[in-house]
Design a binder for this molecule. Sequence first.
Ligand code: FES
Ligand code: FES
Length: 322
Amino acid sequence: MKKIILHCVINGKDMSISIEPDATLVHVLREELHMTGTKIGCGSGDCGACTVLVDGISVNSCIFPAIQAEGCHILTIEGVEADPRLARVQKAFVDYGAVQCGFCSPGMILSVIRLLSRNPHPTDEEIRRGISGNLCRCTGYQAIVNAVRSLTDPSPDMSIRKTRIEDLPIVLDIYSYARNFMAERGNPKQWGATNWPPAELIREDIRCGKSYVCLNDSDQVIGVFYYEYGEEIEPTYRKIEEGDWGDSGPYGVVHRMAGNGSQKGIGRFCIQWAYQQCGHLRVDTHPDNTVMQSLLDKEGFQKRGIIHVVEDNDPRYAYEKL
Ligand code: FES
Ligand code: FES
């Protein structure tokens, strides 16, 4: 059979691989690329030993046609080992005795990474459901659940509600704090150049019910952001350069996110809340905003390309989490 070329990104590396048109993904990984970390158990889609992530979705690579991965980002256990943010999952499995023969572990770890990317604070039942496609014949599942539980941060004492008009003065103070914070960290232009965002825009966000505040455990406003969900809701995202969005379906968007610095994790909490509302979130940020870029990387967003905004001529990095 005439071979074809598969183009994809495996563990962050661009690849062009000559494959049989009917090859499975696990065959390509193990036999063509000698990446033998991905295991084959049943070979028929039942045990989950061969689980890898394709564009963030877990698939049984033993029945997944490699050709379907054209243009996709693939994460295997080798990529987990190389990334300290993901390797902590593998370490927890070792620390909690969740590995015996280890045959199920690569696939199980990939399923856990998928689970935590969608739900950073799963209950035990959600953990069990998240790994239900992965069979383990050695450990029983409690050690695995304990390992995963050790990775879920306790939920911070924060909450989200819609912004009220009486919150406006404190919201304006938060934006003022954020502009200084950004300027001190090498990003003076993103909001500083135009004193962004203007009070009229925030008033309009509140009027439309699309502005949200983050509250601390005393119900004080400590953060603010814009959130909206729907089909093609952000006109400036219709044109994307140097890449493409991963999913063209309805999405949530977060803009104008800022915290007052009174405690750690405000941005993270807001982003996680927004993602939990929709399961498909898009965000953009200025190339100089390394703080936001680092947060988005840690929260499992992928950089998709460049977009342009109406408020200035600087490009923006476009991020997406599926
Ligand atoms: S080897 Fe793929 S599901 Fe069992
Ligand atoms: S550790 Fe052996 S099958 Fe899970």
